[in-house]
Design a protein around this ligand. Structure first.
Ligand code: PLP
Length: 218
């Protein structure tokens, strides 16, 4: 059995969606996994995402997982299936605008800063709750908020990773209860990468983003 098949089986057993993170990898590597049945791929740079979208089969569901500049939103708005990195109001506003232009509703996750590392971006959870209470999202009719995304600290400390993922799950549960109580498709907790996906799933992940384990080191 291939790594891919093993990982997919593991995901299916745990009701978790697998995003194959293909950033920096060539078209052939994507095609290989596509031929094994994978349809969801994640990229973190807009030009590379657009190039791959244009070249590869149109039934691939492309996820934008990396930091997204507002001036590049228009390039992916016609086709992107899920944006994981909704980390600030100016971006949500821009995605809404571009979605409207393309006559689409775009699915997006709110990225929370759960790691202690300074390098990881995302909402501070209190600022996020304040924004949600504000009702500011109500004006973004072409956005569909599907859930949350977070990245744990890059560390060997398993307990710390557990705590960070647990904090994301807690934030999701609070938002589900207080902000989206009747929204059936507020159902995505995107957490877990090659090094920590098992912990993430144990802590309630519904979507993992795995690159190097599938495609080899970058
Ligand atoms: C690169 C990347 C991943 C995948 O990382 P691996 O360790 O290669 O599995 C997941 N999420 C984000 C946001 C990334 O940028």
């Amino acid at each position: 059995m291939s790594t891919f098949t093993d990982l997919l089986t593991y995901c299916n057993q745990n009701n978790t969606t697998l995003v194959a993170v293909s950033k920096t990898k060539p078209m052939e590597a994507i095609t290989e996994l596509y031929n094994e049945g994978q349809r969801i791929f994640g990229e973190n740079r807009v030009p590379e995402l657009v190039e791959k979208y244009n070249a590869l089969p149109k039934d691939i569901k492309w996820h934008m997982i990396g930091h997204l500049q507002t001036n590049k939103v228009k390039n992916i708005a016609p086709f992107v299936q899920l944006i994981h990195s909704g980390d600030r109001i100016s971006l949500l506003k821009e995605v809404n605008k571009a979605a409207k232009k393309n006559d689409r509703i775009i699915d997006i996750l709110l990225q929370l800063k759960i790691a202690k590392e300074e390098t990881k971006s995302g909402w501070d959870k209190n600022e996020l709750y304040a924004m949600l209470t504000d009702g500011i999202l109500d004006q973004y009719e072409n956005l569909n908020i599907r859930g949350v995304m977070g990245m744990a600290t890059f560390t060997d400390n398993q307990t710390q990773i557990e705590e960070e993922f647990a904090a994301l799950k807690t934030a999701f549960d609070k938002m589900k209860l207080e902000t989206f109580p009747t929204k059936k498709d507020f159902d995505v907790i995107s957490m877990g990468m090659s090094g920590d996906y098992k912990i993430a799933i144990q802590e309630g992940s519904t979507m993992i983003r795995v690159g190097s384990l599938l495609f080899g080191a970058r």
